[in-house]
Design a protein around this ligand. Structure first.
Ligand code: SF4
Ligand code: MG
Length: 255
């Protein structure tokens, strides 16, 4: 790793690999991939200045499309691998990219503990409310009544609330972005990379193939940007914003 990594410019082509993404056309993964690369360029990092740690899911294919030190781990386990990397080399920035099944199904316990330990790492969750790679089963963030092939009559449970979990676990940076807003998501990722501790970013991601409820049109109608009237240092206020979902879905830095 270079010692002067923050002083050196990089550009988008530095992160190019020999492969092009195989995501479905219109998939929100493209927006998150673009936002991550923009943020890396803004940081001036080269591919050998950081390590990406992926979970399992459509998002995990990014390991092939973004040149860097990287490891694609087991389903639900990118967090412990990232913590191990930090223990081995605490100078190497770690970026965790995981899915909603990874993070809120099998890996929820890891999320709680990395947050309360405040391990320096940036986590970006691809939250599309379904298991896309396994062809469209219900994920823990799926809205109540959402119909998938595993819940043909509709989901009967309430959805997991990613931001409320992170806040309850004492995460020191909690944000939500939207894959359809690349400039906004880029800013959140840069802020996460600059944070001196655990940064959690839930990225609302379209699955155009298996989620026909939370579409681009749905998000455009419902999301709104948190503005300066929201006090990012007030945890109770962040909780209250995290509980908003439905007619209004806030994005931005909650805490
Ligand atoms: Fe994206 Fe869904 Fe296709 Fe997977 S199945 S690549 S999440 S649109
Ligand atoms: Mg998913």
């Amino acid at each position: 790793m270079r010692v002067d990594c923050n002083l050196v410019m990089s550009n988008l082509t530095d992160f190019k690999t020999a492969f092009m993404p195989n995501w479905c056309p219109g998939c929100g993964d493209f927006g998150i991939w673009g936002s991550i690369k923009n943020a890396l360029v803004e940081k001036g990092w080269a591919p050998y200045d950081f390590c990406m740690v992926y979970g399992i899911g459509c998002h995990g294919h990014m390991v092939n499309f973004l040149k860097s030190y990287a490891i694609e781990t087991l389903h639900g386990r990118p967090i412990p691998v990232a913590q191990g990397i930090r223990l081995g080399n605490n100078k190497l920035p770690v970026v965790i990219v995981a899915g909603d099944g990874d993070t809120f199904g099998e890996g929820t316990n890891h999320l709680v503990h990395i947050a309360r330990r405040n391990v320096k790492a940036t986590m970006i969750v691809h939250d599309n409310q379904v298991y896309g790679l396994t062809t469209g089963q219900t994920a823990p963030t799926a809205q109540k009544s959402f119909k998938t092939k595993s819940t043909p009559s509709g989901v009967i449970e309430e959805a997991i609330n990613p931001l409320a979990i992170a806040l309850a676990a004492d995460a020191t940076f909690v944000a939500r972005g939207f894959a359809g807003d690349i400039p906004g998501l880029t800013k959140l990722i840069v802020a996460g990379l600059n944070h001196n501790g655990f940064a959690f970013i839930d990225a609302l991601q379209l699955c155009v193939t298996f989620n026909h409820l939370n579409t681009y049109a749905w998000y455009r109608q419902h999301i709104y940007q948190l503005d300066e009237t929201h006090d990012k240092t007030d945890r109770a206020s962040a909780f209250s914003k995290a509980l908003e979902w439905g007619p209004k879905v806030p994005i931005g830095i909650f805490y």
